[in-house]
Design a protein around this ligand. Structure first.
Ligand code: CDP
Length: 232
């Protein structure tokens, strides 16, 4: 029997990560953060001194990059060059270049094929930008989470304050706005609401409210699970 997929798409800081982790945990399915793989390509390019505007060079890098995937605490994690990049994926430098890298068709092809291969770990709750539109167009349930730009900037700012940053809420909002623009205007698999997705505006909702809505609409029987931690 083939694995089942719930797709949770939407812009940055719309609540996708926390909601997707909690939904996966409640269902006993496996959580996947697809954005971490785009971040890994950008991170590795920066680390190797590759120009992140050079689509050919970044494409060649993506072709030889071989993340090793495994399951931990109900989520798929990965290593590059034998180690987990962890918080190095979330630096300002990576934030500033990831959307450009993710717009490159060769990078998208490569990352999408990694993502599709993850069904080997079981039923998936995968969050991203194009999971319901491009990676798993036949996902059995698709959700699109959104929230006002102000609330998204506030949420992301609160998250990164915990990491000793001096960025203001305005600067964080500006960084999100730039990524949103590139993500939604690129030619290859832009950020879009899939025609069959349920849209949830999380602006005035708590995480609990959103998780409850998603679970109620997912129509999948809960099994319970043990997924921990969340990034946003
Ligand atoms: O966590 P946050 O929402 O800030 O971003 P992310 O999910 O880590 O994704 C980082 C970037 O990867 C996005 O801004 C997109 O450029 C790209 N991405 C994508 O193109 N397609 C996906 N399915 C997931 C992420």
């Amino acid at each position: 029997m083939s694995a089942r997929v719930i797709a949770i798409d939407g812009p940055a800081a719309s609540g996708k990560s926390t909601v997707a982790r909690r939904v996966a945990s409640a269902l006993g399915w496996v959580y996947v953060d697809s954005g971490a793989l785009y971040r890994a390509v950008a991170w590795k390019a920066l680390k190797d001194g590759i120009n992140t505007e050079d689509a050919e060079a970044v494409g060649r890098l993506a072709d030889v990059l071989n993340p090793e995937f495994e399951m931990r605490d109900g989520a798929v994690i990965f290593r590059v060059d034998g180690r987990e990049p962890g918080m190095e994926l979330r630096t300002d430098r990576v934030n500033a270049s990831v959307s450009r890298v993710a717009a490159m068709p060769t990078v998208r092809e490569r990352v999408s094929s990694w993502l599709r291969s993850l069904t080997r770990f079981g039923n998936l709750v995968m969050e991203g930008r194009d999971i319901g539109t491009a990676v798993f167009p036949n996902a059995e349930r698709k959700f699109y989470l959104d929230a006002s730009p102000e609330v998204r900037a506030r949420r992301r700012h609160a998250e990164i304050l915990a990491q000793d940053t001096k960025a203001s809420e305005r600067q964080v909002g500006e960084s999100l706005r730039k990524r949103d623009l590139v993500d939604s205007t690129r030619v290859a698999a832009p950020l879009r609401v899939a025609p069959d997705a349920v849209v949830i505006d999380t602006t005035d909702l708590t995480i609990d409210d959103v998780v409850e809505k998603v679970l109620a609409m997912a129509g999948v029987k809960e099994q319970g699970g043990s997924c921990k931690n969340g990034k946003g």
